[in-house]
Design a protein around this ligand. Structure first.
Ligand SMILES: Cc1cc2nc3c(=O)[nH]c(=O)nc-3n(C[C@H](O)[C@H](O)[C@H](O)COP(=O)(O)OP(=O)(O)OC[C@H]3O[C@@H](n4cnc5c(N)ncnc54)[C@H](O)[C@@H]3O)c2cc1C
Ligand SMILES: NC(=O)c1ccc[n+]([C@@H]2O[C@H](COP(=O)([O-])OP(=O)(O)OC[C@H]3O[C@@H](n4cnc5c(N)ncnc54)[C@H](O)[C@@H]3O)[C@@H](O)[C@H]2O)c1
Length: 452
């Protein structure tokens, strides 16, 4: 006999945890299910520990910049404090008791179980079944893509989990995939003295962003000693005597003590019972409308929707779902035209909205404005580590920005101003009349606007 509740949330990563907690605080009877850790990828194997690693790696790089600018400094990189901080401060050694207690305190019934949809409003969790009168929220995230490369399966390759959990670093590593995960971790490893070889199948790294961004990231990582192979795929992998040997499809071989597979993410919903609610179980992502509804009485949010694999998107969609489920007045409608994203390499590469290519493919009358950070006043003062640029993508017909990139020492922070401009469709004329504080990095936005 199914137990009666208001809402069942399947998956308690950042999106599901937020949704379950807020609905329970609003007085609904909520069941939250997750067989793994409450909080999901971001706090345990994603954003937070990886940014701790990046903070440490950037300290090393900044120290190396002292020479010639502020005296002399030497630094002896040591992974031990980084691993300790990740274990003790970020993840509690991958124990979610604090998060579970927080959720339960909000009133959520938490079960460490996998959820399976068994009917339009019913979910099985272990030996219990729940009937959710308001509906079901799917927030099951993604899992790493492991390409079907000959010999790869069965080898002790790393995904982001093993990379984040590493107590010690190898002498060398091959990184497969030059997206956000590949680039961020590659730079960390390289700055801690690991010999890194990065293999990217596309013609350049960070291929979804502006070509200038990929070029900038590559040059920065090459300065850190990274070797790149772009436009080639791994054809064969072997692991013998503690060494990975990867044969590429151009005939070259690369070797490393470890192999990190960072070739993207995929949804894993085949066994979720989506057919019970009229959704094809073979989907590559669960499509949602502006209220993040996926079907009658079903909401989906976060990475599983394929809108953008970012914590801020999961939180954004969670907010939309909460308002809709509660039937609140003035419920917000989701819009993704100003989706921000930041790759936390040094220089940081922030972007919002469309790239130039996407805008042209959308048939817009595109105009581009750009500025180089090293020749801006702040960039020139900054000197060592000042690489970066601003690129603005304008819809000339509407006279507004539809996209922008901000790369540089604080590229992710400077992005904030550009995100507002794209989000609110601030007229370019108005942006041109703004006063940009001197001498800030964000003042380069004003320089780029002068070209329009
Ligand atoms: C190395 C790395 C670095 C990252 N850095 C950033 C960053 O700096 N900024 C940023 O915005 N994003 C970053 N991300 C992405 C971010 O982690 C994700 O976008 C975010 O975690 C998505 O949240 P989610 O709730 O959709 O899914 P997840 O966090 O993946 O959580 C999904 C949960 O669902 C559970 N689940 C799956 N199936 C079931 C089922 N059938 N029943 C019950 N539970 C189930 C899983 O166990 C999991 O706990 C990073 C990711 C990685 C891997
Ligand atoms: N700072 C951030 O916000 C942040 C950081 C890390 C991850 N993330 C999110 O996590 C998700 C996963 O990150 P990711 O870097 O794994 O994925 P990604 O999709 O960003 O990049 C994967 C890369 O691997 C390449 N690739 C695919 N198959 C390959 C193969 N067989 N050989 C060589 N290269 C191959 C692709 O061309 C692509 O460049 C991303 O969607 C990202 O949004 C975000």
């Amino acid at each position: 006999m199914a137990e009666q509740v208001d809402v069942v949330v399947i998956g308690l990563g950042v999106g599901g945890e937020e949704t379950a907690g807020r609905l329970a605080e609003a007085g609904l009877n909520v069941v939250g299910l997750d067989p793994r850790l409450v909080g999901g990828e971001c706090p345990y194997w994603g954003c937070i520990p990886s940014k701790m690693m990046i903070r440490a790696a950037n300290l090393i790089a900044e120290t190396r910049r002292v020479d010639g600018m502020a005296g002399t400094a030497t630094v002896q990189p040591d992974w031990a404090p980084v691993a300790k901080r990740i274990r003790e401060e970020a993840t509690d050694s991958w124990n979610d008791q604090v998060a579970v207690d927080r959720l339960v305190k909000k009133g959520v019934t938490f079960l460490r179980e996998r959820g399976t949809i068994t009917g339009p409003r019913t979910v099985q969790a272990g030996d219990r079944e729940f009937e959710a009168s308001r509906g079901i929220v799917i927030a099951t995230g993604t899992v790493p893509v492991v390409p079907p490369i000959d010999g790869l399966a069965g080898t002790p390759y790393w995904t982001n989990h093993e990379a984040i959990e590493a107590d010690t670093l190898p002498a060398s590593i091959v990184v497969l995939g030059g997206g956000a995960i590949g680039l961020e971790l590659t730079q960390v490893f390289a700055r801690f003295g690991v010999d890194v070889t990065l293999v990217e199948g596309a013609g350049q790294v960070l291929s979804m962003e502006e070509p200038e961004s990929g070029q900038l990231a590559r040059e920065a990582l090459e300065r850190d000693g990274v070797t790149f192979h772009t436009g080639v795929h791994a054809k064969q992998v072997s692991h013998r005597g503690g060494t990975f040997t990867i044969t590429l499809d151009d005939g070259e071989t690369v070797t490393g003590e470890k192999l990190l597979v960072a070739t993207g993410r995929r949804v894993d919903v085949a066994a979720l019972g989506l057919d019970q609610v009229g959704i094809d179980p073979g989907v590559r992502r669960i499509e949602v409308d502006e209220h993040v509804r996926a079907a009658d009485g079903v909401w989906a949010l976060g990475d599983v929707t394929g809108v953008g694999n970012f914590t801020h998107n999961a939180m954004y969609q969670a907010n939309v779902a909460v308002f809709d489920i509660l039937g609140s007045e003035g419920a917000p409608e989701a819009s993704y035209h100003a989706m921000p994203r930041v790759t936390f390499t040094d220089p940081e590469i922030g972007a919002v909205g469309m790239t130039e290519k996407q805008a042209r493919e959308a048939g817009l009358d595109v105009k581009i404005g750009s500025a180089q950070i090293p020749v801006s006043s702040r960039g020139w003062i900054h000197k060592a580590g000042n690489e970066g640029f601003i690129k603005l993508v304008v819809d000339n017909e509407r006279g507004v920005l539809v996209g922008a990139t901000s790369a540089g020492p604080t590229g992710g922070e400077v992005l904030g101003a550009l995100a507002v401009a794209v989000h609110a469709a601030v007229p370019v004329y108005s942006l041109q009349q703004m006063i940009y504080a001197y001498p800030t990095f964000h003042r380069a936005i004003g320089d780029a606007l002068k070209q329009l």
